[in-house]
Design a protein around this ligand. Structure first.
Ligand SMILES: [Zn+2]
Length: 197
């Protein structure tokens, strides 16, 4: 019996290890996944009507429906200006341009947060694998995922959709008119129809 249990444990352990791959490109359509987010309340909330009006279709899809923009199509993938990246929905500061790096994944990547508590982490078992989902702690907007293959000193890689972010340039930090995705970029991402991440 003990041997049998141990065998089971080893098999489980092995399965878990397999599941911990940091693949960023599953090719299953999101439609197969179904809704799996548990209802949770966040400190800041907006009416769906207001958000739909304010955000572009891809911004809405990514932040409210846990969607993913196509790789290399987001406006901030190769963005190198100095400033802060905020949540496109509620404006909370999330990442500094100082922690942005080129991961080659096709999505904006950061190795650290502006504030530890600005992002909420949760397990995501979609696409048949285990990933860590990153969500804005203020409004619950889906941002992307966190992987542990980032550069030093943190070793973390926050793989974030451009559509979840609004960039606030260092030069215009006092301005409230943060940049948002262009309609052209958004519609081309949507029409692409891919939900890779
Ligand atoms: Zn937010």
């Amino acid at each position: 019996m003990a041997v049998l249990r141990r065998g089971l444990f080893v098999a489980l352990h092995h399965a878990l290890r397999q599941g911990r791959s940091s693949v960023c490109h599953p090719s299953l359509p999101a439609a197969l996944l179904g809704p799996c987010r548990t209802k949770k309340t966040w400190p800041v909330s907006f009416s769906q009507e207001e958000i739909r009006k304010r955000l572009t279709p891809i911004q809405y899809h990514v932040t409210q429906e846990r969607g993913t923009e196509s790789a290399f199509r987001g406006e901030f993938t190769h963005h190198k200006d100095d400033g802060t990246y905020a949540c496109v929905v509620c404006g909370a500061s999330l990442f500094s341009s100082k922690t942005k790096f080129d991961s080659g994944s096709g999505w904006p990547s950061f190795f650290d947060l502006v504030k530890e508590e600005s992002i909420t982490l949760s397990d995501d078992f979609s696409y048949g694998m285990h990933r860590v989902e990153t969500t804005c702690s203020q409004c619950g907007a889906h941002l992307g995922h966190l992987f542990d293959d980032g550069p030093k000193p943190t070793g973390k890689r926050y793989c974030i959709n451009s559509a979840s972010l609004a960039f606030q340039s260092k030069d215009t930090a006092s301005s409230t008119s943060s940049s948002t995705a262009t309609g052209e970029a958004a519609s081309s991402s949507v029409s692409n129809g891919k939900t890779e991440f």
